[in-house]
Design a protein around this ligand. Structure first.
Ligand code: HEM
Length: 491
């Protein structure tokens, strides 16, 4: 009896945390950069603590060991998603990434999505020497991007590369999902890909509308941005899906949408289950399209900023490209022979940590963490930014230093690369990691092979991010000029 009593006592020990106000909880304390505030709070409360956002208790997890405990060792208990107002609009609640339904049919959904993405990315290239379809699409888009950069620079001198990058990256995912690319000036396309800052802010961990329900009814831009954006996105995707349903041919799978329609047709044979309905399967395309362009384009927007901020790092990457691949168009397999370029990309992931938190998780059952009792349905924030700036892992974490990822033989230290936390881990890990890493590599190498990027004279660059689910740098301008030794075509 005494043991039962003790264990009950231990079970009910709640994580520590700051005192909170009624109704708003700790929302106001989070400030402009919540990931930094939470890093500060960790000093006082430890790796695991509890906040109140509005009326909702939120568990915050920091430190590599605790993060591994939550995402890997006890992954099943932390693999749910909370019921968030902001995310409920994507794919009308059927989203793979955001839906609150976690269980066997969700696992099957993730398997189907991963398989469709992998199969189509690795499919044979149509008309080039590229190793696969993804490589071909990226190569085409980067070639167009280089042309656009040169045009913008010759017209205006300095220009903000953000829209051009977003169009190029969105075209890659569009080509994979729908077999179609758009011109950078296409109005329909621009409406979707120019996600505004309000949307990113609203989709962040700690949007008040997710935690104080009455705010949802106020006509504020930050509250309504997700609804408007997702309505437009869902409409854009629905049109493509209708078109595909009308022209589908099972012997000629053109893209991911066709592959998903195929899964619906062969559902019983392919998956031996009927737990997923057709509209859920097809809605996967919303998830892949939505997740596939904002993340990668933000990464490139950061990368170009670091490259003009640190011209000596840019020169070192160009030296490596010139020495190891010369004028040959870069290919995925060249990642092995460009370790400094790979180190640069890892340092961008780490230093910018442009996804400071994973998408919020939620406990699927009562559990314990670090000796604390965590009830079922507890919303959980995983602070990836903190892990990427943890002084016990990284020497001088605030310095931008790609060399930290190379050993004394100038080879990539793979285990350190894997320590950077940007795609999550475990059951909820990003399913686009391989696509993203390959895509980012080609965009950076092909641009730097052909262009020298420079900051505008007298411009002051600012590396402070704007907070959101995905954190962008503040708008900036650059100049691009053709390198005399660079090749003139990337295809
Ligand atoms: C989920 C990062 C690119 C598809 C996630 C998560 C992160 C992430 C942190 C959430 C993990 C969690 O909740 O624990 C990134 C980064 C990218 C990137 C940094 C680029 C640099 C992509 C691409 C695709 C994609 C290119 C697809 C084409 C997804 C999907 C999920 C996801 C479908 C939801 C997974 C789930 O809920 O289980 N990503 N991602 N991502 N990502 Fe990515």
């Amino acid at each position: 009896f005494v043991r039962a009593l003790r264990s009950k006592g231990r079970k009910q020990l709640s994580p520590p945390g700051p005192w909170s106000f009624p109704i708003i909880g700790n929302l106001l304390q989070l400030g402009e950069h919540p990931y930094l505030t939470l890093m500060e709070m960790r000093k006082k409360y430890g790796d695991v603590f509890l906040l109140k956002l509005g009326m909702v208790p939120v568990l915050v997890v920091n430190g590599m060991e605790m993060v591994k405990q939550v995402l890997l060792k006890d992954g099943e208990h932390f693999a749910g998603r909370p019921n968030m107002h902001t995310f409920s609009f994507l794919a009308e609640g059927k989203s793979l990434s955001f839906s609150v339904n976690y269980g066997e049919s969700w696992k099957l959904h993730k398997k189907i999505a991963s398989k469709a993405l992998r199969t189509l990315s690795n499919a044979e290239a149509k008309s080039s020497t590229c190793s696969c379809l993804l490589e071909e699409h990226v190569t085409e888009e980067v070639s167009e991007l280089v042309t656009v950069f040169v045009e913008l620079s010759s017209k205006n001198g300095g220009f903000d590369p953000r829209n051009a990058i977003t169009c190029a990256v969105a075209n890659v995912v569009c080509a994979l999902c729908f077999g179609k690319r758009y011109d950078h000036s296409d109005e329909e396309f621009l409406k979707i890909v120019k996600t505004n800052d309000d949307l990113l802010k609203a989709s962040s961990a700690a949007n008040p509308a997710d935690f104080i329900p009455c705010l949802r009814y106020l006509p504020l831009q930050i509250i309504n941005a997700p609804r408007e954006f997702y309505r437009a996105l869902n409409g854009f995707i629905a049109l493509h899906v209708q078109d595909h349903l009308a022209t589908y041919d099972k012997d000629h799978i053109r893209d991911i949408t066709d592959a998903l329609i195929n899964v619906c047709h062969n559902k019983y044979a392919a998956t031996k289950t009927d737990t997923l309905n057709d509209s859920e399967i097809i809605s996967t395309v919303n998830d892949l399209f939505g997740a596939g362009f904002e993340t990668v384009s933000t990464c490139l927007y950061w990368s170009f900023l670091y490259l003009i901020h640190y011209p000596e790092i840019q020169a070192k990457i160009q030296e490596e490209i010139d020495g190891n691949i010369g004028l040959k168009p870069p290919r995925f397999e060249d990642r092995k022979i460009l370790p400094y370029t790979e180190a640069f990309i890892s340092e961008v992931f780490r230093h910018a940590s442009f996804l400071p938190f994973t998408i919020p998780h939620c406990t699927t059952a009562d559990t314990t963490l670090n000796g604390y009792f965590i009830p079922r349905k507890t919303c959980t924030f995983i602070n990836m930014y903190q892990v990427n700036h943890d002084e016990t892992i990284w020497d001088n974490p605030s310095l931008f230093r790609p060399d930290r990822f190379l050993n004394e033989n100038r080879e990539l230290n793979k285990s350190l690369v894997e320590t950077v936390l940007i795609f999550g881990m475990g059951i909820r890990k990003c399913l686009g990691e391989d696509v993203a890493r390959n895509e980012i590599f080609i965009f950076i190498t092909a641009v730097l092979q052909q262009l020298k990027l420079k900051k505008c004279p007298r411009a002051k660059l600012d590396l402070t991010p704007t907070y959101g689910l995905v954190m962008r740098p503040k708008p900036y301008q650059l100049e691009a000029e053709r390198r005399s030794s660079g090749s003139s075509s990337a295809s």
